[in-house]
Design a protein around this ligand. Structure first.
Ligand code: JFZ
Length: 417
């Protein structure tokens, strides 16, 4: 079995580890919305007239922008187009069952009213509203779970945070003090003041020690026992494994709960000039591929400096939602299917149904499968009236459909066992 290279918690490696009932909702949900949003959406990949390579939320590090300069973005941050209800309704329309918002990313700016620093959207920007608080209320209204991303080691604004080598001398920093007297109080406030939080999504565990990871895990679980901790807490601790960004394991990962965090273009934080948007077909195939191997797809949007969601993201998420409206039975609450490792199709299973997700429709309309004790085959999309038949010869099962692919995106056939 191919390892998920990063962030695979110890607990996830135990046989039968997938038994923690706290993850039941997560295994059912399969598909979530990531939101990367902060003052980095103002420069949006450009600094002093130069395009800064890499992901947009890393512009402060990539351009080694001094804190004194970067801080000037906060008084400019006034995202008047921010509409939490619109975001949550988009997630629902996309078929995303939970949302994970960056409460504090590596640049240190907090998207909620923190009592630990004024470097936050409520006290440090003309907007003056609690973005996280409004999103939490909208999620509660719409019945969508809310998770929070929190950068627990990298903090390029705090004198004792990790990663800012251009303003600070690492030898003079006290990371232990940062964890105990800044990170823990902030974790406490985000897990106390905003209602039920389904996931705390820690990230880049660069220099964190085992006991520090353990203390943060214990703190999160003490404040909200049902809050899942993602695998990037560090030191192989956490409730589930987190793959590298945009990485999909080539094989089934049967023994662990895992997810792929992913972008729709190439950046998490908004960048003006990143137009490399994945197609709806690719995004749907990624979702099917991940779920067929036992994982969740956490797909990102990056609102711009005004709080608007890029139109290409909206279009793609709506296309995914339209596909899920017709085929969601083959995704939500399923297990990996009995046939793995095929390029042209993926399988998932739920009870006595196997779902065959055809990526590459065969020219002759015939799909030869290993023998499955399937009694019938039907298009999962009930609106599809193309011909379809199933035959078995004791060694193989053959599905015969029309020569043309019945549908624009992944076609799903339901095999009744
Ligand atoms: C991290 C962040 O640095 C990034 O800004 C974004 O928030 C992303 C979701 O997470 O980026 C990573 C973290 C881990 C790997 C790669 C990028 N990894 O394990 O290869």
């Amino acid at each position: 079995m191919t390892e998920i290279e990063y962030f695979k918690p110890e607990r996830g490696q135990r046989p039968g580890a997938n038994e923690d009932p706290r993850l039941d909702w997560w295994r059912e949900a399969k598909f979530g919305m990531f939101i990367h949003w902060g003052v980095y959406s103002i420069p949006a990949g450009v600094w002093q007239g130069e395009h800064i390579p890499g992901i947009g939320e890393w512009i402060m590090l990539r351009a080694e922008i001094p804190i004194a300069e970067y801080e000037k973005l906060a008084p400019q941050f006034n995202p008047v187009k921010y509409d939490a209800d619109q975001i949550v309704k988009l997630a629902k329309a996309a078929g995303q069952k939970y949302i994970v918002l960056t409460s504090k990313h590596h640049d240190g700016f907090c998207m909620y009213g923190s009592k630990e620093t004024d470097y936050n959207i409520v006290d440090g920007s003309p907007f003056g509203r609690d973005v996280l608080g409004e999103l939490a209320d909208a999620c509660a209204r719409e019945g969508i779970k809310l998770g929070l991303y929190y950068s627990q080691t990298q903090d390029w604004h705090h004198p004792d945070g990790f990663g800012n080598t251009w303003d600070f001398n690492e030898d003079e920093q006290d990371f232990g003090d940062y964890i105990d007297n800044y990170v823990k109080p902030q974790v406490r406030e985000i897990l106390t003041n905003y209602g039920p939080i389904c996931i705390i999504w820690f990230d880049t565990p660069r220099i964190i020690e085992r006991h520090q990871s353990q203390e943060l895990l214990d703190l999160a679980h003490s404040l909200q026992p049902d809050c899942l901790v993602c695998g990037r807490l560090g030191n192989k601790l956490g409730d589930y494994a987190t793959a590298q960004d945009n990485a999909i394991p080539p094989e089934l990962q049967a023994e662990i709960d895992w997810e792929t965090p992913a972008t729709i273009n190439d950046t998490w934080g908004f960048k003006t000039h990143d137009h490399n948007w994945k197609s709806p077909a690719q995004l749907i195939q990624n979702l099917v591929d991940i779920v067929s191997k036992g994982g969740n797809y956490l797909l990102n949007i990056g609102p711009d400096a005004e709080g608007a969601i890029p139109e290409p993201s909206i279009e793609r998420l709506r296309a995914m939602g339209a596909w899920l409206d017709l085929n969601g039975e083959s995704i939500y609450g399923t297990q990996p299917g009995p046939i793995q490792g095929e390029a042209a199709y993926r399988t998932t299973q739920k009870g006595d149904a196997v779902y065959l997700h055809v990526f590459d429709w065969p020219a002759d309309g015939g799909i030869a499968l290993p023998d499955l004790a399937a009694s019938s085959a039907s298009w999962l999309d009930a609106s599809c009236d193309a011909t379809l038949s199933l035959s078995r010869d004791g060694e193989s099962t053959t599905i015969l459909g029309s020569a043309e692919a019945p549908k624009e995106h992944v076609t799903v056939i339901r095999l009744q066992l």
